[in-house]
Write a protein that binds this ligand. Structure first.
Ligand code: GCU
Length: 128
């Protein structure tokens, strides 16, 4: 099978809202993070086996400032202040990729805003 997709609007959201007012998202919408550090989206994902996996996050950032996020896997920081640079418009979506280590079975992946601007608008993650 190809990469597994997990929609942000189906994940656990702390300090954010599901919205659909900027076109180009997949699924039913995207998550608009509240504009503060610590707002997060947490996914529960399944891995067939333990080991490295490619995590792809699809996002938009219509501001002129970065919206870095801390990526935590099973409670351990996997990527600190991963950059989510401006995409030019809230309707322009792009992807950011990072390698993470997964356990066999269920894993939690949290993407938490690292700065006061909050996170970007997050459409989905994919694991491959
Ligand atoms: C605007 C935009 C939102 C976005 C927000 C932000 O309000 O419409 O989709 O999340 O800016 O700066 O985070």
């Amino acid at each position: 099978p190809g990469p597994a997709d997990y929609q942000a609007e189906d994940a656990a959201i702390s300090q954010g809202a599901v919205e659909s007012n900027h076109a180009g998202f997949t699924g039913a919408g995207f998550v608009n993070y509240d504009n503060l550090a610590g707002s997060y989206v947490e996914f529960t994902v399944n891995a067939a086996k333990a080991g490295p996996a490619t995590l792809t996050l699809r996002y938009a950032n219509g501001t002129t400032s970065g919206r870095p996020m801390d990526i935590t896997v099973n409670g351990t920081l996997a990527a600190g202040e991963l950059a989510f640079d401006p995409t030019g418009a809230w309707t322009t979506w792009t992807t950011r990729t990072v390698t993470v280590q997964l356990n066999a079975g269920a894993n939690t992946i949290r993407a938490a805003a690292a700065t006061a601007g909050g996170g970007p608008n997050l459409d989905r993650i994919s694991l491959g």
